[in-house]
Structures are given as structure tokens and as C-alpha cells.
Design a protein around this ligand. Sequence first.
Ligand code: FES
Length: 76
Amino acid sequence: MSDKKFTPVKIALEKDKRYAWCTCGHSETNVFCDGSHKQYGKPGSLVFQVDEDKEARICTCKLTSNPPYCDGSHNN
Ligand code: FES
């Protein structure tokens, strides 16, 4: 990762939809997996669902202890 400052992205998540959170930081969106980890030999995505429609702050710095959600670690 570069020195660029990463901040969370607020996203409207839909109940029972499957999301694949980018764990490597190389995805074009840096939020959801686009398959870029294969090119860099990095681990794949974290697949998750929510049990109700909701807005969530999704981590882009990859330092969170509660993936895929921001826990404020980007401020450290
Ligand atoms: S963006 Fe906040 S912990 Fe990663």
C-alpha cells in the first residue's frame, strides 16, 4: 500500500446479497473484489452478507479488526 490516506466508504448494503470485500487493496474500487489479487498473488476476497438493508462504512485501508467494516484503524 502507498502512503495515500485511506478512509471508509459509505455503502448501502442489501439484505441477503453476497458481497466480496477486497482484502488485498489492488481492486480498482478498493472496496469490492475485481479479481486483481490473482495478479499479485494475494489472498482472495472476504465474502459477506447482511441480514437487513443498511448503510455501512466499509474499510478501504485494510487495517480494520472488524472486516469489512471500518473500525477507525485508518486513523492510527
Ligand atoms: S478505512 Fe477505517 S479502518 Fe480501514
